[in-house]
Design a protein around this ligand. Structure first.
Ligand SMILES: *Cc1c(COP(=O)(O)O)cnc(C)c1O
Length: 374
């Protein structure tokens, strides 16, 4: 079946002021990395999340690299990262010449387990990188306590969790620097794009210099440090400003979709959803389900859904099993989640009828593959 005919996992919703603001950029010729929308997007997004500063960059991966670099992470240092996450979390650590140290996750939330973090700390540990997987907040209280106890930095990978809440604060406010992505499938998008948030004015200044070739703010073409070109364009920021105007509506739709999946899959005792830590509010960026017992081939279910016009994909593979990050460690929980789970269509505007249809197809597949369990 043609990919276009599938009910997609994610599609951007660009029905607000995106075209108007982009047109403004083009008409005024402010299309590169200077212009009013960049400052506006930085101010609006950081104040939406609740931090003093925001530094817009060209994608979420470089946001992580910029954050680690600004915190001085380099060769010989270790950063604790979950093995169950998107590859960029770990790669950004390797880009600095530092070593990602992988930990297992919690079976209920799918997020890095604080007990495992403490076990992974060595004299070389410099930072912890919690990832709010699929929009579900990590246990930031325990992680903060560990970071304080061992004097470690926290870099939050909040690429999937815009607007998620822990306690009475939004994620992105629990760390030295937090990083967001605005890729096309994220909660709000700028096509490609990212942002680093911080409350620390010095880190904000450092990141602005590093983002722009390490160039001195006082002296043009004088480069004080090894920097990068990680700038966001005004065109991208214009889309971001328009997207952010509608974030509440987007989050409401995702919450509703997550509830429908729970309702229509509730009779399947083998299906597990991510659970939230006490006081956490996931945004259910992408509804993903885990089968407690895998008595069938998960990838056959994905193919079956594709044949029925539904896009679905496996959850992330374990990073410590990939060739360039290979470690011998066994992470039984992350492994179970990674092998037994899949992500389902969760785009803004997905209707209840379609969710019911998707759930019926999943039930039908399970019926056809019944085994001896009662
Ligand atoms: C999307 C994502 C990133 C990287 O963002 P890009 O904008 O695609 O570079 C990093 N971490 C996680 C967990 C992500 O989901």
């Amino acid at each position: 079946m043609d990919q276009k005919e599938l009910i997609p996992i994610a599609i951007p919703n660009l029905e607000g002021n995106e075209l108007k603001y982009v047109t403004d950029c083009i008409k005024t010729s402010w299309i590169s990395s200077k212009g009013g929308y960049i400052t506006k997007f930085e101010e609006n997004f950081s104040s939406y999340c609740g931090t003093n500063h925001g530094v817009a960059v060209s994608n979420g991966t470089v946001a992580l690299h910029l954050a680690l670099t600004a915190l001085g992470i380099g060769p010989g240092d270790e950063v604790i990262v979950p093995s169950l996450t998107f590859i960029a979390s770990a790669n950004s650590v390797s880009y600095c010449g530092a070593k990602p140290v992988f930990v297992d996750v919690d079976i209920h939330t799918w997020n890095m387990n604080p007990e495992e973090i403490e076990k992974a700390i060595s004299p070389n540990t410099k930072a912890i990188m919690p990832v709010h997987l699929y929009g579900n907040p990590c246990d930031m209280k325990s992680i903060k306590e560990i970071a304080d106890k061992y004097k470690l930095f926290i870099i939050e990978d909040a690429a999937e969790a815009h607007g998620a809440i822990f306690g009475n604060k939004k994620v992105g406010t629990f760390s030295d620097i937090s990083c967001f992505s605005f890729f096309g499938n994220k909660v709000i998008t700028t096509g490609e794009g990212g942002m680093c948030l911080t409350n620390d004015l010095e880190l904000d200044k450092k990141m602005r210099v590093l983002r722009d070739h390490g160039m001195s703010k006082e002296r043009k073409y004088w480069h004080e440090v090894l920097g990068f070109n990680y700038r966001m364009t005004n065109l991208q920021a214009a889309v971001g400003v328009a997207q952010l105007e509608r974030i509440d509506e987007f989050l409401e739709s995702k919450k509703q979709i997550a509830e429908w999946y729970r309702k229509y899959l509730s009779t399947l005792t083998n299906v597990r959803f991510q659970r939230q830590y006490l006081g956490a509010e996931s945004i259910w960026w992408m509804t993903s389900i885990m089968f407690d017992y895998l008595y069938f081939d998960r990838d056959k279910l994905i193919s079956y859904l594709h044949e029925n016009g539904i896009d679905a994909r496996p959850v992330f593979s374990l990073i410590h099993e990939m060739p360039h990050h290979k470690k011998e460690s066994i992470m039984p929980i992350a492994k179970k989640i990674s092998r037994n789970s899949l992500s389902l269509p969760s785009f803004v505007g997905l209707t209840e009828d379609k969710v019911r249809f998707i759930c019926e197809k999943i039930s039908l597949f399970l019926d056809k593959n019944k085994t001896g369990f009662s």
